[in-house]
Structures are given as C-alpha cells and as structure tokens.
Design a protein around this ligand. Structure first.
Ligand code: MN9
Length: 308
C-alpha cells in the first residue's frame, strides 16, 4: 500500500543509485546502508531504478528485487517513486504492477525509446501504464530518451493518474508554462542538478537528481534558501554544485558519486559495465582533483569534500 498522496511528494528526492557489488550483483547490505544514510540526511523522498539507478542495465527481476529491498528499508518514512520505464509497454506494466503491489507511492517512466516512436505511440504507452495501476504516474522528460514537446505533455497530462513530470531539461521557462497550461497542482520536479535553483525559481515542486545522493546538504540549502527568498545563498550553493558536477562529468559520474559516498563511509559499490568503475590509482587522481577544486574555489560545508 502506498503511504503518501502525490502532493506530499515534494522537496529533495535523490535519484538513487543501484548498489552493485564487485561482480555486478545487487548488494542488499550496501543498499540498506546507503538508503539509511540518505534518510538520515533528511531527504524528502526517493526515486528508484531510473537513469541514475542504471535500470536499463538490469533485468526486470533485478529491478523488482531492488525496489523490494528499498521499500522494506524505508518502511514508509518517505515517499518512493519507482521508475518503471522500459522500451516496451508490456514490460513497463509488469514493473508498474510490481511497484504498486510492493508499496510504491508513485510510478514514473521515460517515453518508449530507440525506435523513435511517434506521438500516438507515446501517448498510448503512457495511457496503458497509467491505467494499469491506481497510483500516480510521473512522466520523465529527459533528452536521453527523447524530449517530449509541450503539446504532447499537455495531452498526456489529461490521462487519469498522470500527476506530474520529472523535467530533466534546461528549458526552465517551460516549468512555469506547464504549470500555467496544465494546472498549478500538476507536479513538476526539476531534474537537472546543475540548474536546481533555476528549476525551483521557475516553480518546480521538488528536485530529483543523481547528485542529491552525494551532497544532499547543498541541495537542501538551495531548496530552503529559495523558499526563504534568500537568493544570495541559493546562488552561492548552486555555484558549488556546478563546480563539483562539472568536474565529476569528466568521468563516469555514477562511479564518482559512489567514490564520494565511500569516502564518507557509505559502501556505495560499483556501476555495471559498460560504465567504468575506478581502480585505486584512478581513485587517487579523482580525489586529488576534488581537493584542488575545493582549494581553488574555497568550497566549504560539503561533507564529502570536508573529509578529504
Ligand atoms: O535526471 C539526472 N540525469 C541522469 C536526473 O541521470 C541522466 C541528473 O541528475 C544528472 O545526472 C545531473 C548531472 O548532469 O544533472
């Protein structure tokens, strides 16, 4: 059973990593420690098995197992959105039903990808998965799967159960437009971490992203600063975020996030191939780079950097 209503899903929502062991198997113990760590940091929800969760490198049973572990660990403390997107409707419905039966509060999905489906196919995909379960659906707009244009977003938003969008694009004026044209209660989550402040300023109800795992404190500060109209703080914190992300993007950054967590004592494991995981030598170089960054820009109050 879901524990939260969709309008309670707001704020800081890490797009969670999936914790794999060295042999690419799901690491249950590591997962529980990682999830517990995030909750202790004060996050407001979790987004599972999305891009950051490397979902498309997992089979359906593995995705289900991961969701079960996390739902069990969270125990209803915060809302959980499960990304159930896959290349085909049948598989996505199977995952949607599983997420619902396991106790997820909402499902989310990228549009069907690879064959460059037309708008009718995309609409039917969302209609079919939204109709398969009674919990809300959050559309996932991201360039990796093909950005949905405003017109199709508006059509999809009319489907019963479709209650919001995870908006991972830099055209933030559309966040405001979507709210105006679809309705203020249609939830928008800003997904581009480099532009979290901008997304929130433009009216996003929350932020969902990869780097919220690594430095939730920065994003919590940005969120609170914007709520309090403290633009100076939001700007300063966002600058730090951009510097850290810009550096991380030189690497396979899910693995960089894992390293940062490891430095804080959270065993965040490895990515699945073809993503790289870094050896000790590479880790040293990455650490050195972060130290340089911290010194050059006098970055303060970022836990994983403070510990270097
Ligand atoms: O949507 C994330 N996108 C991907 C969320 O995982 C592809 C973002 O959080 C980005 O990882 C982040 C870095 O560019 O903004």
């Amino acid at each position: 059973m879901a524990n939260f209503k969709v309008d309670e899903i707001k704020g800081i929502i890490p797009a969670a990593l999936t914790i794999f062991g060295k042999d690419e198997e799901i690491d249950e113990k590591g997962t529980r420690l990682y999830i517990d760590y995030l909750l202790k940091q004060g996050v407001d929800g979790l987004y599972l098995t999305g891009s950051t969760g490397e979902a498309f490198l997992m089979d359906l049973d593995e995705r289900k197992k991961y969701v079960e572990i996390v739902v069990d660990e969270v125990g209803g403390r915060v809302p959980i959105i499960v990304h159930i997107g896959d290349i085909g409707t049948k598989k996505s419905i199977e995952l949607a039903k599983h997420a619902y039966n396991t106790g997820a509060d909402a499902i989310s999905s990228v549009p069907p990808f690879y064959w460059q489906f037309g708008e009718e196919n995309i609409f039917n995909y969302y209609f079919d998965i939204a109709s398969s379960v009674p919990i809300p659906l959050i559309v996932y707009n991201i360039a990796l799967a093909g950005i949905l244009r405003l017109n199709i977003i508006k059509k999809i938003s009319k489907i019963e159960n479709v209650k919001g969008i995870k908006y991972t694009a830099t055209t933030h004026d559309q966040i405001s437009t979507i709210k105006d044209q679809v309705g203020q209660s249609f939830l928008v989550y800003s997904g581009c971490d480099e532009m979290a402040a901008s997304g929130l300023i433009n009216g996003a109800d929350g932020i969902i992203g990869s780097f919220l795992s690594l430095m939730p404190e920065l994003f919590i500060d940005i969120y609170n600063a914007i709520q309090n109209n403290d633009l100076a703080t939001a700007k300063a914190k966002q600058k730090d975020v951009i510097r850290i992300i810009e550096y991380s993007l030189h690497y396979d950054y899910f693995s960089v996030i894992r390293l940062g967590l490891k430095w804080m004592g959270i065993p965040a494991g490895y990515s699945r191939r073809p993503f790289k995981s870094y050896n000790d030598e590479e880790e040293k170089i990455i650490k050195r780079g972060f130290l340089d960054l911290k010194e050059r820009y006098h970055i303060q109050d970022v836990k994983f950097l403070d510990l270097l």
